[in-house]
Design a protein around this ligand. Structure first.
Ligand code: MN
Length: 252
């Protein structure tokens, strides 16, 4: 009985895939061979197919236990496979519900004031976490000479920068994020509530994100419970400075 149902489901999926495939083939064929008038119509269809593509949950570039003991395996697994997966699904749903077509998630965030809360919360959650995973690494790295020079010029020293960033993370009331951004050519530490981002047009401090830290309780509660300060202190052991330096070089 179960086997029969599984087989039927497999057939259903492959017939759906085939239909989808046939549709794209039809569009491509029409695009290549049709007369100019028809071509403009198929072009629109093509655009819709491309822009309505669903955003996908990115894979982590390391194993769930790669950041142990500073960020534990179970927290990482739940954070990525449950929390980030939910933001991804809900972002896709919000885009669909509001008929929003966009080439990238960042593009949506940049004009977030036009959209309802579900797009802001889930779009922010989708992008912020995708960025966060890459901000972390189990491998030791250091800021590039160029970034270190900028940090020293802006904050006095790397230690002083860490102190100020940690304080922004610690004092963000409730749920949110701490950020290092490049804003009008300057390094600035800021924090955002909920799933807001410095790339959103509603942000108090706007800029190109270089480093972020999730201070929602779901990011640390299993291991650190109420000890957010200890979680933040340990975060410095897993910062991917190579990635932060690359972002800085690109944003300048
Ligand atoms: Mn989170």
């Amino acid at each position: 009985m179960l086997q029969k149902r599984a087989a039927a489901e497999t057939r259903l999926v492959s017939s759906m895939k085939r239909r989808k495939f046939l549709t794209s083939v039809a569009v491509v064929t029409a695009g290549v061979f049709a007369a100019p008038k028809a071509f403009s119509i198929t072009n629109k269809i093509n655009k819709r197919i491309i822009t309505m593509a669903k955003f996908e949950l990115p894979q982590l570039p390391y194993a769930y236990d790669a950041l142990e003991p500073y960020m534990d395996k179970l927290t990482m697994e739940i954070h990525h496979s449950k929390h980030h997966a939910a933001y991804t699904a809900n972002f896709n749903k919000a885009l669909e519900d509001n008929k929003i077509e966009a080439a990238s998630a960042e593009e949506v965030l940049k004009s977030i004031s036009k959209y309802p809360a579900a797009v802001r919360n889930n779009g922010g959650g989708y992008v912020n976490h995708s960025f966060f995973w890459l901000s972390l690494s189990g491998a030791k790295s250091a800021p590039s000479a160029e970034l270190l020079e900028a940090i020293n010029a802006s904050f006095g020293s790397l230690d002083e920068f860490k102190k100020l960033f940690s304080n922004a993370a610690l004092t963000r009331f409730g749920s949110g994020w701490a950020w290092l951004v490049l804003s009008n050519g300057k390094l600035v530490i800021t924090s955002t509530p909920n799933q807001d981002s410095p790339i959103m047009d509603v942000a108090d401090v706007k800029g190109a994100p270089l480093l972020n830290l999730d201070v929602w309780e779901h990011a640390y509660y299993l291991k650190y419970q109420n000890r957010r300060a200890e979680f933040i202190e340990n975060f410095w052991n897993v910062v991917n400075w190579a990635e932060v330096s690359k972002r800085f070089a690109e944003a300048k």
